[in-house]
Design a protein around this ligand. Sequence first.
Ligand SMILES: Cc1cc2nc3c(=O)[nH]c(=O)nc-3n(C[C@H](O)[C@H](O)[C@H](O)COP(=O)(O)OP(=O)(O)OC[C@H]3O[C@@H](n4cnc5c(N)ncnc54)[C@H](O)[C@@H]3O)c2cc1C
Length: 420
Amino acid sequence: MTEHTTRVDVGIVGGGPAGLMTALLLKRRGISAAVIETRTKDTIHHTQRAGILEAATVDMLVDAEVGSRVLTAGHEHEGTVLSFDGEAHRIDFQALVGRSVWLYPQNEVFFDLANAWEREGGEIHWAVTDTEVHGVETASPRISFTDAHAAQRSIEADLIIGTDGSRSMCRKLIPEAVRTDHFISYPFAWFGILCEAPPTAPELIYANSELGFALISQRNETVQRMYFQCDPDTDVQSWSEDAIFDHIQAVLGTEGGVQLKRGPIIEKTVLPFRSYVCDPLSHGRLVLAGDAGHTVPPTGAKGLNLAFADVRALVPRVEEFITELRENRTADPAKGSEGPESKEPGAAVETPEALRRYSRTALDRVWKAQNFSYWATNLLHRQPEENPFTHQRRRGEFEAITGSVYGQAYFADSYTGWSD
Ligand SMILES: Cc1cc2nc3c(=O)[nH]c(=O)nc-3n(C[C@H](O)[C@H](O)[C@H](O)COP(=O)(O)OP(=O)(O)OC[C@H]3O[C@@H](n4cnc5c(N)ncnc54)[C@H](O)[C@@H]3O)c2cc1C
């Protein structure tokens, strides 16, 4: 069977937000990219994931001129509410750190980016199978796959970017001898629902009580997103609609305060919690970005935002690397796709310094976000070994945050996202 081959500067595995934003920003800098994605565009567009965007993420969408509707269809949140045993405290982001976050669902972020990439004629293959990545330790890496029409295809490039999500196959191409996998799991999960109801509150409410954690979030005027803490093995069918709303209301407090707006539940999912970091994020002619390189529990709303922060750090370093390659080729065309360290075709190459720097810069932020996500998760969730002492200790920690402008500022600064 004939294999169709494309030749680009950068081959990208994974057409989620990290992969598409990278492809678009590279194109803006004159660097060609091709993207492959295992799912269909429609499936990703209809999968609920993140909802909170840091200001820097919004700026990227606006600056990239992808026609994102974030500013027209999204909602600016100037603060959030932390509730403990029914007592609510608002953290005023704008007053504390002069930044907001935006509620704009990840599936819409994805849709805006995918439409922009297709509109600009970018190469993308949806619903591929049999993805394999070859030769990442050489100067001529390649992706092979079967496309949606069962044709065998190949993308040859100078660099492969793995943005293939938390179950990344790309990261396994970094040999165990040079890769450290930092991983922890948590003894609880989130039970997430999507329901047809008006918003319960104008901003997110993160709540803790002796029953555990609950989060009131929004999607739009008629559909809402809510979560509560559950056992990772929970069967979603074992919870009726009434039981779900009664439980969330009990975490918020039943007397006075916030009253849940209820409506038909149209989706129920259980979301396990993990913290993971791959170190390094670059090896030979492969780099990782987004969930492929790290996963955080969702409490701090950091996952999607970290993926975009990776892209901000990565794109200038890829440009530096590709520019250097081009200069070398112009100076000595015989070097073909080899870098400054030119060797025999197929020989092992060093990881370019620009890509090593990307890994160091990105990991600095990743570990800050890991710390915040871990800390917020432990502050807001009930531990299996909870007893009256640990609950009261948590109350003390909660008051240390909400009762002081310094505590509030720590939360606001971390949640809205540190400057690069
Ligand atoms: C329920 C939930 C709530 C969340 N809430 C938040 C939040 O409020 N704020 C926040 O910042 N983050 C949140 N996150 C995390 C956020 O969704 C992720 O961090 C984000 O999706 C990362 O983007 P990505 O592009 O790196 O990975 P992904 O979005 O996972 O994209 C990776 C893509 O690669 C594709 N792929 C995988 N393997 C292959 C292969 N072999 N070949 C080709 N393609 C492949 C996948 O199909 C996928 O589309 C949440 C996550 C979940 C699940």
